[in-house]
Design a protein around this ligand. Structure first.
Ligand code: PEP
Length: 239
């Protein structure tokens, strides 16, 4: 099984969600690819209805670790449980870098997600400065060290170099393979590791051809249903 997950970030209305899922269900019927969509919180309920009974799973882009209380603007695990999300995405580079989420906070979020039995998509990745200074491997380790022993069957890790996210620039195929194998060597589990960072309809076939890559976390290109369908097909063909 491979995985193609679409992170809509702060895009996608309720109406968009309905139309998108209808079109996607007409466009693809993957037998060997698990597809999941991560819309904004406001569209999660509608997403639940739209994908109900289909091959498409869905998840939230974030979650707070407390159960309830004075945390204005945050969403609790129980709230997501009520909606029935299949996954919780944690540690996306935009959460780490724009909203200053630390490794410690992300560990608490991961523990809270597990308390509620949500599989987690845990994102990691180095900045351009870190790559240029040759510390990519150390950064990956630092981001994983607190959660290494907590990750469990059903969870996924997404390796997303920060400099490749939303930039149209990707590492070479060899660099992707190298980083993903570092992650796998370090984790020493069968947890699937996805690649993310400017995956699009033009490069999906090449990335999918790297056997060690278990799938893709797709941002911008997941907003266009035709393009996302091409990416899903590319990963299906390379199983
Ligand atoms: C992402 O949001 O996880 C991502 C990889 O974005 P993009 O595909 O737009 O680079």
């Amino acid at each position: 099984m491979r995985y193609v997950f679409g992170n809509w970030k702060m895009n996608g209305t309720i109406a968009f969600t309905r139309d998108y899922v209808k079109a996607l269900l007409n466009e693809v019927r993957p037998a060997t690819v698990q597809v999941a969509l991560f819309p904004p919180f406001t569209a999660l309920s509608n997403m639940a209805d739209a994908v109900n009974g289909s091959f498409v799973k869905f998840g939230s882009q974030n979650m707070y670790f407390e159960e309830s209380g004075a945390f204005t603007g945050e969403i609790s695990p129980a709230m997501l449980e009520e909606i029935g999300v299949d996954y919780v995405l944690l540690g996306h580079s935009e959460r780490r870098h724009i909203f200053n989420e630390s490794d410690e906070l992300l560990m608490k979020k991961l523990e809270a997600a597990h308390r509620h039995n949500f599989p987690v998509v845990f994102c990691i990745g180095e900045t351009l400065d870190e790559r240029k200074s040759g510390v990519t491997k150390d950064v990956i380790k630092r981001q994983l060290i607190l959660v290494k022993d907590l990750l469990r069957l059903g969870d996924l890790v997404a390796y997303e170099p920060v400099w490749a996210i939303g930039t149209g620039v990707t590492p070479t195929m060899d660099e992707i393979a190298e980083s993903i194998s570092w992650v796998k060597d370090y984790l020493k589990t069968d947890i699937p590791v996805l690649y993310g960072g400017s995956v699009n309809k033009g490069n999906a076939k090449d990335i999918a051809a790297i056997n060690i890559v278990d799938g893709a976390l797709v941002g911008g290109a997941s907003l266009k249903v035709d393009e996302f369908a091409i990416i899903i097909k590319a990963f299906g063909e390379n199983n």
